[in-house]
Design a protein around this ligand. Structure first.
Ligand SMILES: Cc1cc2nc3c(=O)[nH]c(=O)nc-3n(C[C@H](O)[C@H](O)[C@H](O)COP(=O)(O)OP(=O)(O)OC[C@H]3O[C@@H](n4cnc5c(N)ncnc54)[C@H](O)[C@@H]3O)c2cc1C
Length: 443
């Protein structure tokens, strides 16, 4: 079968690899000059680094299994995570149940309450019972007002900005479930990283796809999905030099943000409405390449409206600085809605705004520590999982025969991640082929 794949992120690569293994003719098209999508990398200090920070949880079985299958199992490193919470000028450790009990910004009764609700959420298996439940209301009611105002409200705001009061509880439940499943027996959280970066996985997938007879095309934008009599016939393409071409396919799998699919193909009203109903927000990350360590914490949540970023992630507290020529790497990151003023700001302007606040994380910090900085912006970084999302989620089988969608907005209730994009891409690839074969047999 001839299969065209739109998008060269982890989802598209997973689908292409699965199909190539099954003996199908695969062509994957990626509009960027590189593969990897949101998990793509660039060079820093002689090493490779993700444009947006990435780690794995112990529960990320699909990607862990794939790394082993590809002979990259020994590249996976696991390290105890260090999580912190910045509140009113102080950094509190926020990794273990004991840290929660010692978290003085809320009173003892509230801390015990937070511990009990956390324990409850970590034990719930049947997340479906939370469909229809609003996460902010649930947390206010059960964790209490103080815990919500200090911890959970700012965390929800950090992740979902203007949408924070609309998020469904299943999404938040999944965060508790994932994090508990990434703890060892001593309740310490372990986080994983692919030594050499996600680029190692992306390169190996590309190599295997080629070895199996498939092709990957970068700087190749799909401009139209060609349809005849309600069935996919192929793709219209544009190269980096503006050249136009077409290629015939029996099946097409789109791994692009769901709201962008209608730009490529006409769709019936009800499916179109579903795609358009799922909103996304963007992500902005400044990467600071420093001479010295900023803090000993890997993941530092910021709960302070005066600080313009919501997360400080010190990569070199998970991966040793020697991987980046001895430099210390720090991301300051935000999720941002479309109307955020920072979309119009360049790296220099954003850095000038963020810089004074790094001193709040470490009072010794000085501008002379900065060797380089980079800015990465991505408008479609996070689908918004509102209340009753299950009813809103677009189906992977589109109404156009032979056209399938495998996008981040179809990962639920788990928070989107490379593990789930990979799993979805592979599953959709298998299903698309099985159905096409079934239809062929029935004709
Ligand atoms: C800030 C941030 C932090 C994250 N942290 C983690 C983490 O710690 N761990 C983790 O596992 N995951 C993390 N993720 C999530 C992870 O990066 C994504 O879930 C995953 O990479 C998505 O893969 P995808 O293939 O579904 O989509 P994408 O990576 O978005 O790939 C889609 C691709 O389609 C291409 N495309 C779009 N339109 C066209 C077109 N018309 N023609 C050709 N190509 C097109 C795009 O250029 C893109 O490369 C993070 C994401 C962000 C933004």
């Amino acid at each position: 079968m001839r299969v065209g794949i739109i998008g060269g992120g982890v989802g598209g690569l997973g689908a292409a690899y699965e199909l190539a293994k099954g003996g199908h003719h695969v062509d994957l098209y990626e509009r960027a000059p590189f593969l990897g999508g949101l998990a793509s990398t660039f060079n820093v200090g002689g090493g490779r680094l993700e444009r947006f920070y990435h780690h794995l949880f112990l529960s990320d079985h699909t990607i862990i299994g794939l790394l082993q299958e590809l002979g990259l199992g020994d590249r996976l490193i696991w390290k105890e995570s260090t999580v912190g919470f910045y509140y009113r000028g102080r950094i509190y450790p926020f990794s273990t149940p004991m840290d929660l009990l010692r978290f003085t910004p809320v009173g003892l009764v509230d801390r015990v309450r937070m511990g009990l609700v956390t324990l409850y959420l970590q034990r719930v298996k049947n997340w479906q019972k939370f469909e229809g439940v609003n996460a902010a209301s649930f947390m206010r009611k059960w964790m209490g007002r103080r815990n919500y105002d200090v911890v959970w409200g700012p965390l929800l705001h950090g992740k979902f900005t203007v949408y924070k009061d609309e998020i469904g509880m299943p999404w938040l439940w999944s965060k508790f479930a994932t994090r508990v499943s990434s703890r060892d027996r001593s309740f310490r959280e372990k986080l994983g990283y692919i030594q050499g970066s996600w680029g190692v996985l992306v390169d190996e997938l590309e190599r295997r796809i080629h070895e199996l007879g498939g092709q990957t095309h970068t700087s190749a934008t799909v401009t139209r999905i060609l349809v005849e009599d309600g069935r996919v016939r192929g793709l219209a393409l544009q190269g980096a030099d503006g050249s136009q071409s077409q290629k015939a396919f029996d099946l097409v799998i789109a791994t692009i943000p769901s709201f962008t699919l209608p730009r490529l193909v006409d769709l019936p009203q009800d499916y179109l409405a579903r795609l358009q109903a799922v909103e996304y927000e963007g992500a902005i990350a400044v990467i600071w390449v420093l001479k010295r360590q900023l803090s000993p914490i890997y993941w530092l949540n910021i709960s302070d409206p005066d600080i313009p970023f919501l997360l400080v992630l010190e990569q070199t507290n998970l991966v040793p600085p020697k991987e980046y020529g001895g430099k210390h790497i720090v991301y300051t990151a935000n999720y941002v809605p479309r109307e955020d003023r920072r979309w119009g700001m360049d790296a220099r302007a954003i850095v000038a705004e963020y810089l004074p606040h790094l001193k709040k994380i470490n009072s010794e910090f000085d501008e002379s520590w900065i060797e380089e900085y980079y800015l990465h912006k991505e408008p479609a970084a996070q689908p918004i999982m509102k209340v009753n999302y299950l009813q809103r989620m677009p189906a992977t089988r589109t109404p156009v025969a032979g056209l399938w969608l495998a996008s981040m907005s179809q990962v639920y209730p788990e928070d989107r991640g490379t593990n789930y994009s990979l799993r979805l891409g592979m599953e959709v690839a298998r299903q698309a082929v099985a159905e096409a074969k079934g239809q062929g047999a029935a004709q």
